[in-house]
Design a protein around this ligand. Structure first.
Ligand SMILES: [Zn+2]
Ligand SMILES: [Zn+2]
Ligand SMILES: [Zn+2]
Ligand SMILES: [Zn+2]
Ligand SMILES: [Zn+2]
Length: 390
């Protein structure tokens, strides 16, 4: 957390201990920095105050450890490290990238593929589902119940990636932006970062899209050059640590556990570059059903302008997520200034956001990975234009 008036003429005189009394979302080192920042802050203060008032809803999760990973992290009584240490997962496999310590140690171009939850089998979904997916499926509680996982299991901290894709797709279907999913689903996933080291968790898409061949291209500048074009077949779920568990036997293939399921499959393809630069190459063979851009940061990266223009011109709905309400608010204003119209899927809270707060957020506003969703769709713009002509 920095003084919101930093870098305006005079240097900061100390830590930011004066909070704006109105919104409480920003803080200052001194009264003089607060006064000099007011002409900018007055435009956002009321909006931030409303967002702060709604912030309690963001911490609401059904897990037994929710307090530790939400409010306590925001109030610095707990850290991501200390929580992971308590769970015995600190610096382990895919969990390594969930705290500061891990991110810096392993360079992003490491090609090792972790496919273990580092958890006993009753705490993680290492085999196929025991029962069919229910049509009402809208919360972590529903998901845990369906997968027979107890609410003290931390797997949601990694499963927010595939569950957010699942929820974004459901949203697009419900809003009539794409038809019901058939036997294939082609996703363009934009801007992957640390999930590149957690790819095994996307094996869960086999359970979430039963009988569907899911093909997902992960496109972004964070993909190392030597992995550009790499194809990864996820032919099963991430494993538990028990050597005798059926998830280790070669006969445990996705879907075989339950006769109700046709075989699902998930293939991933890595592409280095910005979306608008590689789009024409990528769609040579087939075009996507949906675009998903997790934690997009549209207002923070100017490279999004051209990608948004591209998405506007193709008939594919795109769902974006971001960390906090202010980020999605700024993204929405960016989008409307680029496209000239508002969002086709309005801003909403993602029930499958990561249930662990981000440390060191810029504002006092709580931040969660994949926290809010919103979307645009070239297709529905065409429809709307048609409607007005008719
Ligand atoms: Zn200052
Ligand atoms: Zn304020
Ligand atoms: Zn750590
Ligand atoms: Zn840490
Ligand atoms: Zn297992």
């Amino acid at each position: 957390m920095e003084c919101a008036g930093k870098g305006r003429g005079s240097r900061c005189v100390g830590p930011p201990i004066r909070r704006c009394a109105h919104c409480a979302a920003v803080a200052y080192c001194s009264l003089s920095h607060q006064i000099s920042h007011w002409k900018d802050h007055k435009k956002e203060c009321e909006r931030l105050e409303e967002q702060m008032r709604r912030a309690d809803a963001l911490h609401d999760f059904p897990f037994t450890y929710s307090q530790d990973t939400t409010l306590k992290v925001c109030e610095k009584q707990e850290t991501r490290c200390s929580f992971l240490v308590k769970q015995g997962l600190h610096q382990e496999g895919m969990w390594k990238y969930e705290c500061h310590c891990g991110a810096s140690i392993t360079p992003f171009d490491s090609s090792r593929f972790d496919d273990s939850w580092n958890l006993p089998k009753d705490l993680c979904p290492c085999t196929g589902p025991k029962s069919p997916l229910s049509s009402r499926f809208n919360s972590w509680r529903d998901y845990y119940e369906w997968r027979c996982i107890p609410l003290h299991s931390p797997v949601a901290l990694l499963l927010h990636w595939p569950l957010t894709i699942f929820y974004a797709t459901q949203l697009a279907v419900r809003r009539g932006l794409i038809p019901e999913i058939g036997d294939q689903l082609h996703i363009h996933y934009l801007g992957p970062e640390k999930e590149l080291f957690q790819l095994a968790v996307f094996g869960e898409l086999c359970a979430l899209f039963p009988g569907v061949k899911v093909h997902m291209e992960l496109i972004g500048p964070a993909i190392p050059l030597h992995r550009d074009g790499e194809e990864i077949d996820l032919c099963g779920y991430a494993h538990c640590v028990e050597t005798s568990c059926e998830c280790k036997s070669s006969s445990e293939k996705v879907g075989l556990g339950s006769p109700n399921y046709r075989a699902s499959a998930v293939t991933l393809l890595l592409r280095k570059g910005l979306y608008h630069d590689c789009y024409s190459d990528i769609v040579k063979n087939s075009s996507p059903d949906i675009i998903v851009a997790p934690n997009a940061g549209i207002a923070a990266y100017s490279s999004w302008i051209q990608s948004i223009e591209l998405i506007e011109n193709i008939n594919v709905p795109a769902i974006f997520t971001d960390y906090c309400e202010e980020a999605v608010h700024l993204a929405a204003s960016c989008i409307s200034s680029i496209t000239g119209h508002s969002l086709t899927t309005p801003i909403q809270l993602n029930p499958f956001r990561q249930p662990m707060a981000v440390e060191d957020s810029v504002l006092f506003l709580p931040c969660y990975s994949n926290c809010f969703l919103f979307g645009i769709s070239g297709q529905s713009k065409v429809n709307k234009d048609l409607e007005t002509t008719i």
